[in-house]
Design a protein around this ligand. Structure first.
Ligand code: NDP
Ligand code: MG
Ligand code: MG
Length: 333
């Protein structure tokens, strides 16, 4: 069973006694910085020259300095910028400002797990990752609640890195809901696998294949869109609230029967064998290497895939149909 930690297991005074730098002020960055400050922690935000989010951070009462100055002043440095640029910012602005006893924090283990960032031996390396988007993390904190988080230690130079991570998690509301102990390896590999095989990749491919099957059989794209994409939300909401059981309780007996007999015909042993290959490529670093090559090579294929899918009939149909849905926030992304 997973080890869980709550408010009573965490000592807020540890992080209150440190100086924290939050590098980045995006989804996670703003939530961490504001909630740390409201928890009585000495926090500064590190942002690059010309940063778009600088004005917002200052408006919200935070002190903004360069990433290098933030890392220099602080003894806990939380890296909350996009994963593909973390190694470069680390090399340029953070590395030389780390002293023995400092702590380097992350909200995702990607760069440490795959060796793109290697902290000096005297520095604690830990992870505190809320299991939700930054805006929910902040809103829950302000409402006196919290989003569950996971925490891990990769390098325990001081011998108290986990207590520091729990203290940090408490300051952003994580221990109010519960913090699960994990490792950088488990967090990184399961996160990548989940988003690729199930949440983003698996779900998009399933929706597209279902939509194409109906349209190719002569059904109207608008009807196919409702059946294969729109209604997915209702199903996922039910699963989220009560697992597969609640979903099956809510749908008709006919739908439930179809679920049992057709699901395994669509997601087959062959699919699972491919999932195992996907996982193996994540574990051996192939995915990470290829993705970094793609990113730093100018995102050519990435942009091709993006354009291809944006022109797919599923997407053009959805764009028109969502205009009929006054309750859907259908502002262009
Ligand atoms: P964002 O994409 O929202 O971060 C953007 C921020 O980084 C902006 O403030 C941006 O500034 C700043 N930034 C960009 N380049 C630099 C630079 N060179 N130097 C300093 N700041 C820079 O990131 P997320 O919050 O999505 O992700 C941060 C980390 O949290 C990642 O490791 C991610 O995996 C992890 N995570 C994210 C979750 C989420 O909900 N998004 C959930 C759990 C973990 P500007 O305004 O100028 O663009
Ligand atoms: Mg992810
Ligand atoms: Mg139906």
């Amino acid at each position: 069973m997973a080890e869980l930690f709550y408010d009573d297991d965490a000592d807020l005074s540890i992080i209150q006694g440190r100086k924290v730098a939050v590098i980045g002020y995006g989804s996670q960055g703003h939530a961490h910085a504001l909630s740390l400050r409201d928890s009585g922690v000495d926090v500064r935000v590190g942002l690059h020259e010309g940063s778009k989010s600088k004005a917002k951070a200052e408006e919200q009462g935070l002190r903004v300095v360069t990433p290098a100055q933030a890392a220099e002043e602080a003894d806990v440095i939380m890296i909350l910028i996009p994963d593909p640029i973390q190694a470069q910012v680390y090399e340029e602005s953070v590395k030389d400002n780390l002293k023995d006893g400092d702590a380097l924090f992350f909200a995702h283990g990607f760069n440490v797990r795959f060796g793109f960032i290697k902290a000096p031996a005297g520095v604690d390396v830990a992870l505190v990752a809320p299991k939700g988007p930054g805006h929910l993390v902040r809103r829950q904190y302000e409402e006196g609640r919290g989003v569950p988080a996971i925490a891990a230690v990769e390098q325990d130079a001081t011998g108290s890195a986990f207590a520091l991570a729990l203290s940090y998690a408490k300051a952003i509301g994580g221990t109010r809901a519960g913090v699960i102990k994990t490792t950088f390896t488990e967090e990184t590999e399961t996160d990548l696998f989940g988003e690729q095989a199930v949440l983003c990749g698996g779900a998009s491919a399933l929706v597209k294949a279902g939509f194409e099957t109906l349209v190719e059989a002569g059904y109207q794209p608008e009807i196919a869109y409702f059946e294969c994409l729109h209604e997915l939300k209702l199903i996922v909401d039910l699963m989220y609230e009560g697992g597969l059981e609640k979903m099956r309780w809510s749908v008709s007996e006919t739908a439930e029967w179809g679920d049992y007999i057709t699901g395994p015909r669509v997601i087959t042993d062959q699919t699972k064998a491919e999932m195992k290959k996907v996982l193996a490529e994540i574990q051996d670093g192939t995915f990470a290497k290829n993705w970094m090559d793609e990113y730093h090579g100018g995102l050519k294929k990435y942009n091709e895939y993006k354009t291809q899918d944006s022109e797919h009939l599923l997407e053009t149909t959805g764009k028109e149909l969502r205009k009929l849905m006054s309750w859907v926030d259908n502002e262009e992304a």
